[in-house]
Design a protein around this ligand. Structure first.
Ligand SMILES: [Zn+2]
Ligand SMILES: [Zn+2]
Length: 334
């Protein structure tokens, strides 16, 4: 019997249901875990995602044929039974559960364990085989609780306000920016947004996600218009003329990569905040154990090291190669 899922040049494939999951080349039927650019690509014949993920996919990919499946609901596709379960990565993000003849495989997509108050919290899904991302699959990656990181950002912003500086915080425009907005003390001063961030805010607000009010930066925005503001912008906008319009400013960046000193230096940031929408080392291990899976395939990130670690823990572990991927690329496509 063919395995429930196989790894093809187009991406992860289910022969029993004739569909792909987060394929990177155009296919007829694509099941999509979430709207980040390395998972939801253009050119597929049809798309299936959660109702919460669909609006942002339409916003990014334009006029696509998209069908939705609510978290926990099942759909029969050929000889496969498919369902989607919260991944906790960003609003609407899903793990994909596929069952064929009693055998269950789960594709994690990107996930994080800590509830962030905005995304639907991660739910472990029992399975025989688990395909897990491992973007941060090294023991050096251990996150502080979100509340602590948000408090550090609030304190940095307060310090800048007191010194007459604007605070420019780099964050991916889908996911991280909204998580920050929901988690910081947004009432402490004006919060300005880059157009790419604000476009995503609007899509999520229209769906009912509670996000504090923000002011979109326009070509008319001048230094001194919003004293002491916090500006949320995609990382690519930092250090550009766009970012220099605000006058004296401190630049910060919120990412799991900020754990690495070298990355902080290269980015030329005044402040790095370690905040990731991916699971850290403990989160990955907790999630993998919670599935009860005997077979684990890893993808995205430190796959070779993480695979060896899982094998040392007695698991049957493999690697799924991807063409691109990783948090560095995410959210850069507005
Ligand atoms: Zn992602
Ligand atoms: Zn990803």
């Amino acid at each position: 019997m063919a395995p429930v899922l196989s790894f093809t040049p187009e991406g992860i494939y289910c022969p029993a249901g004739d569909f792909h999951i987060d394929p990177w080349r155009p296919v007829a039927r694509a099941v999509i875990t979430h709207g980040h650019a390395d998972h939801a690509r253009p050119g597929h014949g049809s798309y299936l995602a959660t109702p919460q993920a669909a609006p942002v996919m339409r916003h990014r990919l334009g006029d696509i044929r998209i069908d939705t499946l609510a978290y926990g609901a099942t759909r029969r596709i050929g000889a496969a039974t498919l369902s989607l379960h919260p991944a906790g990565h960003l609003p609407g993000s899903a793990q994909v559960r596929v069952e064929v003849a009693g055998e269950v495989w789960v594709v994690s997509g990107d996930y994080k364990i800590e509830p962030d108050g905005l995304a639907e919290p991660f739910e472990p899904v029992p399975c025989h085989a688990f395909i897990s991302e491992c973007t941060f699959g090294l023991p050096v990656f251990r996150w502080r609780p979100q509340a602590e990181v948000m408090a550090a950002i609030d304190a940095w912003w307060a310090e800048n306000r007191a010194a007459g500086r604007v605070s420019i915080l780099g964050a991916y425009s889908l996911g991280k920016a909204q998580r920050l907005l929901a988690g910081i003390d947004a009432g402490a001063g004006p919060v300005l947004t880059h157009g790419a961030v604000e476009a995503t805010n609007e899509v999520l607000r229209a769906q009912g996600y509670a996000l504090p009010g923000t002011i979109r930066v326009t070509p008319e925005t001048k230094p001194g218009d919003h004293p002491g503001a916090l500006v949320l912008a995609p990382p690519a906008a930092l250090g550009t003329p766009w970012a220099r319009r605000f006058g004296p400013a401190s630049a910060g960046f919120a990412s799991g990569w900020m754990q690495l000193r070298g990355v902080r230096r290269r980015r030329g940031m005044d402040r790095g905040f370690v905040l990731s929408d991916h699971a850290d080392w403990d989160g990955l291990n907790t999630a993998i154990r919670a599935t009860g899976a005997e077979r684990v395939f890893v993808t995205h990130g430190y796959t070779a090291v993480f695979r060896r670690w899982l094998e040392s823990q007695g698991l049957d572990a493999g690697i799924v190669a991807t063409e691109f991927g990783g948090e560095e690329t995410e959210g850069e496509v507005a």
